[in-house]
Design a protein around this ligand. Structure first.
Ligand code: GLC
Ligand code: MG
Length: 248
């Protein structure tokens, strides 16, 4: 057994089956102690909503946290986002202009204040109204706003800097900690996790309860290093970690 970099989304990936989560936590905790495996949570949640979930589900302390869909990285329990990362992705970002452009679209319902972050603007958008996305994107482009739209779970729309998403944030940590793709495993269930799998060389686990948008992307971008689990949530992660030989 060797150390690996374990990267996981939280809602409906790590969290969702309490019994399997307890078993997975136990294995990961031991692996971290014995081999120096590191744990990264990569979630769309803000610091406030992350803290709520961490307490409710008694999550292990991660070695790093990727919050707000990759726009904030917190290392080793630091209360402050890593400034190298924030500076790297903020170039050209103009939050005020992004918000102003979105006001032309009444279909967009702002998410709660806690989820509006310095480098992330978030809305609720019904699946049936998601046909406005190309138009929104072209309006943002017209204003020369170098942004990325990330739509997840048929309801959440995040607008973030182009150079930022969960995958790019994880890549930053991989380089910092010197983990190669072969020793990195990423796990997810929905649209905002696609960026975790997009490099195609990291080992990927899609949990059995994945959302249609991720499954569709998976089918359109087949890759031998990606495993589609039968089991849901942490049960699917355990299954995938065994499949790749990270855990016995
Ligand atoms: C989490 C965040 C929300 C975001 C969603 C998808 O639910 O709280 O702001 O839109 O993840 O990334
Ligand atoms: Mg999720």
């Amino acid at each position: 057994m060797a150390k690996f970099l374990f990267v996981t989304d939280l809602d409906n990936t790590l969290v969702g089956d309490d019994q399997a989560l307890a078993q997975l936590n136990n294995s990961l905790q031991k692996h971290r102690q014995e081999y120096g495996t590191r744990i990264i949570y990569a979630t769309g949640r803000s610091p406030d909503l992350y803290q709520e979930l961490k307490e409710a589900k008694n999550l292990l302390d991660p070695d790093a946290l990727v919050l707000s869909v990759g726009t904030e990285i917190y290392i080793d329990g630091s209360p402050h986002p890593n400034s190298t990362w924030s500076e790297k992705i903020s170039s050209g970002w103009n939050r005020h202009k992004v918000v102003a452009t979105t006001t032309q679209f009444p279909e967009l319902k702002p998410q709660p204040e806690s989820e509006q972050r310095p480098l992330k603007v978030s809305f609720f958008l019904e699946q049936s109204l998601s046909t406005i996305l190309p138009q929104l994107e072209s309006e943002l482009q017209k204003s020369k706003l170098n942004v990325k739209l990330i739509y997840s779970s048929g309801k959440d729309l995040d607008i973030v800097p182009q150079s930022s998403d969960k995958g790019q944030a994880v890549h930053f940590l991989q380089q910092k900690w010197k983990f190669v793709a072969e020793h990195t495993v990423v796990c997810g269930d929905s649209g905002n996790d696609i960026a975790l799998f997009a490099n195609g060389v990291e080992r990927g686990i899609i949990v059995g309860n994945a959302r249609p948008e991720l499954l569709q992307w998976h089918n359109e971008h087949p890759n031998v290093y990606r495993y589609l689990a039968q089991n849901s949530c942490a049960g699917g992660i355990l299954e995938g970690l065994e499949h790749f030989g990270f855990l016995k």
